[in-house]
Design a protein around this ligand. Structure first.
Ligand code: CAA
Length: 385
């Protein structure tokens, strides 16, 4: 039985910051951010958005008849809003889905959505008539004036996993690799990530090399068998570093094709920033929209989560894949640009770990789902529909 991704939708915040403006404000050469890091715009998060609203925003775009057949919701995130209750519970409520649904939240840094997809594949194998909703939702937050600031971002990718999927089947044989190490983490008392930046990029490359080479040994496939290789993109230059670690000075047709496809993956990630769990999957949507891909093509996907875990797996694009993946140019162009001062203001207004009652101004953010505030230690959500 073929199982894989049947539909893909995306949501981000209504605001973005230009990385040229941020570079000027931080006294950096804009080309460091635009070329050296490879980011152009970054999603800015108002206090009225969190991973629940972003996840609901993305999932609400899925076809209603398919949403009704969902029997499990898996939310992958490292920006959870509660240490006990799964964000999937709030999202199920906001989407007005049936109560006869299993809900759960998964965590292993940016890797968790890939685990979610693999678990969902197992569930559909057992019950082929059901859909599993996998949502990758995160807010990447390093802090004002930190080296990681240019690699922030936010958004959610909602994916339906089903039998006979329309977008991409997930092939067997994924290679996972994990090691207990400290390249990036966030203790319970912190609202910003802690990171050993340079080390994290080296671990990422090592894990990519390890899982990719092992995958080739296991399957007997070679570089020529991939139409595209796509990567978790904490910032778009990271994907280039990983691909070049494989290609070296190769300049033949295969190398040229893989470089062009990576550029297609990077398009939307350049203008949203890091989505943590969702980055690889925003990259897949971007590849489908901007790359040279056709039904039957094999895509190699490298998923990475700090701490650290890597997985290399492959998928085959299905005949009408294009019609089941949201086109992102329109929504991304509709966002409003903010100044550095406005971004800093929103950064500091986040609910974060504040224990008190709070009500946010809902007049500025026109999104459907909003975080209205907190009352009696309970988050208050609003559906404008
Ligand atoms: N023009 C063009 N390029 C320039 C430039 C200029 N004027 N000035 C500098 N650059 C280049 C540098 O040469 C460098 O390029 P290379 O990496 O190819 O050598 C690049 O810009 C970055 O400059 P620095 O080396 O000075 O980098 P930095 O100290 O500012 O930090 C970072 C960069 C480590 C990525 C930092 O942003 C960071 O810590 N980010 C968060 C951690 C992260 O994303 N890690 C990725 C792996 S972990 C992961 O993937 C999980 C996850 O999502 C977090």
């Amino acid at each position: 039985m073929k199982i894989g991704i049947d539909e893909m939708r995306f949501a981000t915040t209504p605001y973005y910051l230009s990385m040229t403006d941020l570079a000027h404000a931080r006294g950096e050469d804009p080309n460091k951010y635009l070329i050296g890091i490879g980011q152009e715009k970054q999603a800015v998060v108002p206090p009225t958005q969190d991973i629940v609203t972003l996840g609901a925003q993305a999932a609400a775009k899925l076809p209603a008849d398919k949403l009704k057949r969902v029997r499990t919701i898996i939310v992958a995130t490292e920006s959870g809003v509660d240490n006990s209750k799964a964000s999937a519970m709030y999202i199920k409520h906001l989407l007005k889905l049936d109560d006869n649904i299993r809900v759960i939240e998964l965590k292993e840094a940016c890797y968790a959505a890939t685990a979610g997809l693999q678990f969902a594949k197992g569930m559909v194998t057992l019950e082929p008539q059901t859909y599993v909703l996998v949502i990758a939702a995160d807010i990447a937050r390093y802090g004002l004036n930190t080296p990681g600031e240019v690699t922030q971002g936010a958004g959610a990718v909602a994916m339906l996993v089903a039998a006979n999927p329309h977008v991409m089947t997930i092939e067997p044989g994924a290679v996972s690799y994990s090691q207990d190490l400290m390249d990036f983490w966030r203790p319970l008392y912190a609202t910003e990530a802690m990171v050993d930046g340079k080390y994290s990029t080296n671990v990422y490359i090592d894990f990519f090399q390890h899982t990719y080479q092992r995958y080739l040994q296991q399957t007997g496939l070679s570089l020529e068998d991939f139409t595209a290789l796509i990567f978790h993109l904490p910032f778009t230059k990271m994907g280039k570093k990983a691909l070049e670690s494989l290609l070296g000075d190769r300049d033949d047709q295969v190398a040229k094709r893989l470089r062009d496809q990576l550029k297609a993956e990077q398009v939307d990630c350049r203008s949203v920033g890091n989505l943590y769990t969702g980055s690889l999957y925003l990259g897949l949507m971007s590849l489908i929209q901007h790359g040279s891909v056709a039904a039957g093509d094999r895509i190699g996907l490298f998923s990475y989560g700090s701490g650290a875990e890597g997985e290399f797996y492959t998928g085959i694009l299905q005949p009408d894949f294009h019609d089941h993946v949201e086109q992102l140019d329109g929504p991304l162009n509709a966002r409003q640009q903010v100044t550095v001062a406005e971004y800093e203001d929103m950064f500091n207004q986040q609910l974060g770990m504040k224990p008190e009652d709070i009500e946010f101004d809902l007049t500025k953010d026109h999104s459907r789902f909003l975080l209205a505030g907190q009352r009696d230690h309970q988050r208050q959500y609003v559906d404008r529909d």
